[in-house]
Structure formats: structure tokens, C-alpha cells
Ligand binder design. Structure first.
Ligand SMILES: Cc1cc2nc3c(=O)[nH]c(=O)nc-3n(C[C@H](O)[C@H](O)[C@H](O)COP(=O)(O)O)c2cc1C
Length: 421
């Protein structure tokens, strides 16, 4: 996308609205954005979205890693006409941004994934549908027209379910399959543990499952234990789980199908025994590019190339899995060196502004995934909020490029950065 000024256009829009006395509903500074979103979320929802593993050292490390790198701007270069486009998996993309797969978006807004899908399509940024979505991928795909979408898979213990998810992703015209590797089980998430709150246990974030015929065939209500006295919280969870299951509420309540579905999701969502050899099976079942998410070690990056995988996402899941893990940005240079340009490398975990994206690209990423900030935009203003977050990010990136002396994304190179002393 050749653009003389996405950044300038966004600035002008904001400042002109200011002349008429209007301030942006979505603050740009990520700390302010998070604080404002917190006021619109239940304490449990905020904990689930904002929280990380353990004492959240990895989350802190993600931000600190970006802060250690400094951009060294160059001057007197013609940057009047910037081009933010990149090529990713054989296709041109208008910007180097994608929306990270984020589960349980109904915690933030009732329109959940569908609002995000509309926003992503409107802003030309691919959305990665989460395996733990609140709305089925078909609904999101229908809301996106021809816009680019990918599907993120948690590799279930049921081969049939994996095959069904993959077939649905292909039918939804997804451009790639992202297999998340860092969540073979949930990390020790202290904020959620303090609230004793796991969304999936109450029927949230299970729409890809309940909309799946193979999954429904695995649900066996006769296994539900109905003994014990119900508490008010248990009744609320029961109602929610029953609502999450397709068909008549009454019939599901009587049969216990909703509760059985929730239990089944918890039992089969992930396969802790998964190894590199399993990917031959997946490769036979899909023609889509397979992207591995959660790579941090150069040797794993090398193995991914050797096993014929198509791209990597350097990610520590936003610090939600291993407390004290290496920051994604710190892992990036080693992975880039190991891969040696053979497949594209994406990065997430800590992207909060244009300068962060610039630094990741300078260190060798082809594109970056935006995570928590768009969920905060969703919490504040639904689809419009997500659009504003994306627009602000792209504008900031465009201006960072221009002011650093880069006209095209290819100009963003390691020489643009220096480690802080
Ligand atoms: C609330 C929440 C839910 C998430 N759900 C998923 C998911 O379903 N699948 C997945 O692969 N990653 C999931 N992630 C991780 C994101 O894809 C991404 O790696 C992470 O948000 C990046 O960190 P950041 O948001 O701090 O930048 C989730 C992250 C958050 C915050």
C-alpha cells in the first residue's frame, strides 16, 4: 500500500475533532487504554485478559526487552511516500500487522469475535480466529467478506476433532493454520487462581467446539454427576453452559448436554504428548500453510524448518504460560539466525505501539501480532474500539518509519537500532 500519510491522516482526524471539542474515546497510550478498559470489565474478566503466569515476570520482560532497544533515526532521506506493505506466505499485505488469536472475547464485549472480525476486515488486517473463540469461525468469516483470516488450532487429543477444525478452517477460506505449541496445559495464572475463575469451566469460549458436529458426537451427558447441592454460582454456570450448547435450552438442561460439553472441552482441548512427528499427519490433511506459534529456542526454529513448516510466531503467549521465560523480542535474533531467511518469522508478546513493531521488524520479523490492546479497544467501544486501536497503531508505525528515515518496510534493518547503554 503506497501511502503518503496514514499517520498524518490519523493525526489530522484526531486534531480536527479536538477543534470541535471531541477527544478520542480510545487513548493511544497502552497503560491508559488498559486502565480505561478495566473500568468496563468485571474483575474476573480483567484478571483473565490482563494477567500472566506466576508473578508475571515474563510480561515485564516482554516490555523491558522493547525498552532496551533504541531507534537511531536517519535524516535527509526522501520519505514523502511510504509503503507499509509486506509479503507474507506468498501474499501481499497492506501492513505488517495481524490480530493475535485471543480466546473468550465475550468477556470484553457481547459481539466478541464478530466485532473484531468486522474491524479487522475494515482495516485490512488479518484476524487469527482463536480455537477458544466465543463465536464460531463461520460467523466471523461471514462478517469478513474477502478479507484475510487465519485459524489458530489447539491440537486436541481427538484426531477427528482436529481434522474437523482444519476442514472448517479451509471451508471458511482461512489463509493459514496457526498451531499454538505453548499451551499443552494452562500456565499457573495467579490472578485467575485467586478468583478461582476459568472461563471455559463456565461455558465461555467454547463456541468452536459446540458448533462442531464431531465434537457434539463426543459429548455424553450420561457422564454428568448430578449429585451434590447446587450453589448460586453453580446454577449460574449451569445456565451459561446450557445456553452455550446448541438446541433447546430446556432439553439441554434436562439432558445435561451443556455441562457435559464443558467437561469434554476441558478433557480434550490439548494433547500434551504432541511431538514433531505428528506434523506429518497434519500436513496430509491440509494444503494450508502451517504456522507454529510459541517458538522461543533457535533449535526449535531449526526443527520447524527441517519438518517443512511454513512460518513461525516467536511468542511467549503474552507471558501467560511460563513465568520467567525469555522475552519474545530477546528470543527473536537467535531464531532469525537459525532460520536464515528460509521461512517468515512473526512475533508477538508486548507489541504496544508503532515503535515496538519497528523494533521487531528491524530485528528480523516479517510481521507482528497485536494482542491485549485490541481486546481493551473491544471492551471500550466494540468494533469501533478495535478499529481505533488498529488505526492508531498503523499511524504510529507509519510516522515512526518516516521519522526514522525509512520509506519502505525493507529499509527497517538492524542498523536502525542500538542497544541502550
Ligand atoms: C485473554 C487472552 C486470551 C488468549 N487466547 C489465546 C488463544 O486462544 N490462542 C492462542 O494461541 N493465544 C492466545 N493468547 C495469546 C495471544 O495470541 C498472544 O500471543 C498474546 O496476547 C501476546 O501478548 P500481548 O497481548 O501481551 O502482546 C491469548 C492472550 C490473551 C491476553
Amino acid at each position: 500500500m503506497s501511502n503518503p500519510g496514514v499517520g498524518l491522516a490519523r493525526q489530522t482526524e484526531i486534531y480536527l475533532a479536538g477543534v470541535r471539542g471531541r477527544r478520542p474515546a480510545i487513548p493511544f497510550d497502552h497503560r491508559k487504554l488498559e486502565r480505561r478498559a478495566k473500568t468496563r470489565l468485571s474483575p474476573e474478566a480483567y484478571a483473565y485478559i490482563a494477567g500472566g503466569a506466576g508473578v508475571e515476570r515474563t510480561m515485564a520482560a516482554n516490555r523491558a526487552a522493547f525498552d532496551r532497544w533504541r531507534i537511531v533515526p536517519r535524516v535527509l532521506r526522501d520519505v514523502s511516500d511510504r509503503d507499509l506493505s509486506v509479503e507474507l506466505l506468498g501474499r501481499p499485505r497492506p501492513t505488517p500487522f495481524l490480530l493475535a488469536p485471543i480466546g473468550v472475547l465475550e468477556l470484553a464485549h457481547q459481539d466478541a469475535d464478530v466485532a473484531v472480525a468486522r474491524a479487522a476486515a475494515a482495516e485490512g488486517v488479518p484476524m487469527i480466529f482463536s480455537n477458544q473463540a466465543s463465536r464460531p469461525m463461520e460467523e466471523c468469516a461471514a462478517a469478513m467478506g474477502d478479507a484475510s483470516r487465519w485459524f489458530q488450532l489447539y491440537w486436541s487429543t481427538s484426531d477427528d476433532l482436529v481434522a474437523s477444525f482444519v476442514a472448517r478452517a479451509e471451508a471458511c477460506a482461512c489463509d493459514a493454520l496457526v498451531v499454538t505449541l505453548d499451551t499443552k496445559m494452562l500456565g499457573w495464572r495467579s490472578r485467575d487462581l485467586d478468583f478461582a475463575h476459568l472461563p471455559f469451566a463456565t461455558g465461555l469460549g467454547i463456541a468452536q467446539y459446540t458448533s462442531d458436529p464431531v465434537f457434539r458426537g463426543l459429548v455424553d451427558p450420561s457422564t454428568v454427576d448430578r449429585s451434590g447441592r447446587p450453589t448460586p454460582a453453580a446454577v449460574r454456570a449451569l445456565v451459561r453452559a446450557t445456553r452455550a450448547y446448541p438446541g433447546s435450552f430446556r432439553a439441554n438442561l434436562r439432558s445435561g448436554a451443556g455441562v457435559a460439553a464443558v467437561r469434554k472441552v476441558m478433557e480434550i482441548y490439548s494433547r500434551p504428548s504432541l511431538t514433531w512427528d505428528d506434523f506429518a499427519w497434519l500436513r496430509k490433511r491440509t494444503t494450508l500453510p502451517i504456522v507454529l506459534k510459541g517458538i522461543l529456542h533457535p533449535d526449535d526454529a531449526r526443527l520447524a524448518v527441517e519438518h517443512g513448516l511454513d512460518a513461525l510466531v516467536v511468542s511467549n503467549h503474552g507471558g501467560r504460560q511460563v513465568d520467567g521465560a525469555i522475552a519474545s523480542l530477546d528470543a527473536l535474533p537467535g531464531v532469525v539466525e537459525a532460520v536464515g531467511g528460509r521461512i517468515p518469522i512473526l512475533l508477538d508478546s508486548g507489541i504496544r505501539g508503532g515503535a515496538d513493531a519497528f523494533k521487531a521488524l528491524a530485528l528480523g520479523a516479517t510481521a507482528v501480532l497485536l494482542g491485549r490492546p485490541y481486546v481493551y479497544g473491544l471492551a471500550l467501544r466494540g468494533e469501533e474500539g478495535v478499529r481505533d486501536v488498529i488505526r492508531n497503531l498503523v499511524a504510529d508505525f507509519d510516522l515512526t518509519m518516516a521519522l526514522s528515515g525509512c520509506r519502505v518496510v525493507g529499509d527497517i534493518r538492524p542498523e536502525c537500532l542500538q542497544l541502550a547503554r
